[in-house]
Design a protein around this ligand. Structure first.
Ligand code: ATP
Ligand code: MN
Length: 470
């Protein structure tokens, strides 16, 4: 008896095989002729396999007739060609074992349509729904593509730390990591210092945080191993309750020595196209589902294929601001050179103006972090953001400043203490090289691929302000 998946049992090649299937019952329908149909799913595909259970089975009356949605079963049977439309196979059961029933009254996943908000409150059961099963398979495929893409090109996968003491970048957005008892924080005794926390008594002898990015450590390895990438959880305590922000998300961060900004853009474009191409090819059934059932305009498949086939546009920040200013469109947030672009501006560019992915580059130095390379104009830095319709920014990156003196000057400009970054500056002191990198938010690209409007529906267990259940 071969144990096979539901996905395998649905393929015509399985016809004629004696198989064992294990999974959860989605529906049961009893026929007048004294037999029953079960729809079985085990997570291996969107579609179920139909099981025909004959009334002659010894436990037909005692077990089969009581099966409800959510019950778990093992079924032995013969795969046959199905006479029914829309499914090539069905399984004639010869034996059925029930592992666990599911009380029909209590089981939260009824056959009716559930809202995504409701499903978030039952995150322990939502992987059993069509939508979340499809999300899970696509998320898995994207993760595989990410590794394949970089591994095939000689990048090394680097595990950068999750706990970090470098009070870099968005210090205000960081989660603190401590073993101090917050209920009785040790206070410093010195006069004038009372009330401040004595971090010398904390685990790391200094303040520590959850990482907001593996970039700085990624640069260390790029500046010795050549091309590297990180792929891991990232934490941001930004209190923005939006449909595109999570407090815990997964980020992919490649970092490449001897890459200039244009090389970086070219890599980012190929990377996105590779992910989309793989998903369209290998998750066809799930993608059809997102196209037909999730996306109101039913254009996901056409949009993604169009993106794979066509080059991305490259537009400088300065040009983008001019386009927005001349657009005559009324924006909630003001547009002007030197101001950061908001999601509404990004969406105008990708949806209204260009209707394709856009790489914006050369942003004002005043709105970008210290590590981005200064252009000769003295006003802009070699930053790039990849914007896509509906989601806006999915990638942020830059060429890094490799000149020691300029980097130190930029740190001071932004009120940072260069000595705290001595190891980062050492990379510029000893054998400095031009290098570049970017960060792709896994959940952002999943939102784009699936058409799901809320980022909480593309991660198994979302963490957002006020919510960390499950
Ligand atoms: P945004 O302006 O959209 O909030 P950001 O500019 O702060 O993003 P970066 O620091 O450039 O983001 O991070 C790189 C990528 O990580 C972003 O392009 C995005 O895909 C993703 N990302 C950033 N913040 C979040 C978040 N809170 N939740 C999910 N993904 C995020
Ligand atoms: Mn960004």
């Amino acid at each position: 008896m071969e144990k096979i998946s539901v996905a395998a049992a649905r393929k015509p090649e399985a016809i004629g095989k004696q198989v064992r299937l294990q999974g959860w019952v989605r529906t049961r329908r009893d026929s007048k002729g004294g037999f029953s149909f079960l729809e079985l799913n085990d997570g291996s595909s969107l579609g179920n396999v139909q099981i025909v259970v004959d009334g002659t089975l010894p436990n037909y009356e005692s077990d089969v007739k009581h099966l409800t949605a959510g019950s778990s079963v093992t079924i032995d049977g013969l795969v046959k060609a199905s006479p029914a439309k829309g499914q090539p196979t069905e399984v004639q059961a010869t034996q059925l074992t029930v592992h666990g029933g599911a009380d029909a009254e209590g089981y939260p996943l009824q056959k009716k349509h559930h809202t995504f908000e409701f499903l978030r409150t039952i995150a322990h059961l939502r992987p059993r729904t069509n939508t979340f099963g499809a999300v899970t398979r696509v998320r898995n495929r994207v993760s595989q593509s990410i590794h394949q893409f970089f591994q095939e090109q000689g990048f090394y996968y680097i595990h950068t730390p999750i706990i970090t003491a470098s009070d870099c970048e968005g210090a205000g957005e960081m989660f603190k990591v401590t073993t101090l008892d917050l209920e009785k924080l040790p206070k410093r005794a010195e006069p004038g210092q009372s009330g401040t926390v004595d971090y010398t008594q904390d685990f790391f002898n200094r303040p520590a945080y959850l990482t907001v990015s593996g970039q700085l450590q990624g640069e260390i390895f790029a500046c010795s191993m050549g091309k590297i990438y990180t792929f891991g959880p990232t934490f941001r305590a930004e209190n923005s309750n939006t449909s595109r922000h999570l407090a815990e998300f997964w980020m992919v961060e490649p970092e490449m020595a001897f890459f200039e900004l244009t090389d970086n853009m070219e890599l980012a474009e190929r990377f996105i196209k590779r992910i989309l191409g793989d998903v369209l090819r290998d998750c066809a059934e799930d993608m059809q589902f997102f196209n037909d059932r999730i996306d109101d305009s039913h254009t996901i498949l056409a949009t993604l294929q169009g993106i794979v086939d066509k080059p991305f546009l490259r537009v400088s920040y300065t040009e983008a601001v001019e386009i927005l200013e001349k657009s005559g469109h009324k924006f909630e947030y003001p547009v002007g050179w030197g101001r950061d672009l908001q999601a509404e501006h990004e969406r105008y560019l990708t949806e209204q103006k260009f209707n394709c992915p856009v790489i914006l580059y050369d942003y004002p130095r005043t709105i970008k972090p210290f590590y981005m390379r200064c252009n000769d104009d003295g006003r802009t830095v070699r930053a790039m953001d990849v914007l896509v319709p509906k989601v806006g920014e999915i990638i942020g990156g830059s060429q890094r400043e490799e000149r020691l003196d300029i980097l130190e000057q930029r740190m001071q400009e932004q009120g940072l203490v260069p000595e705290h970054y001595w190891w980062y500056l050492d990379l510029r002191r000893y054998g400095t090289v031009p290098h570049s990198g970017f960060g792709l938010g896994l959940e952002r690209i999943l939102q784009f691929i699936t058409g799901l409007g809320n980022i909480r529906d593309v991660i198994p267990f979302p963490r957002t302000p006020g919510s960390a259940d499950f």
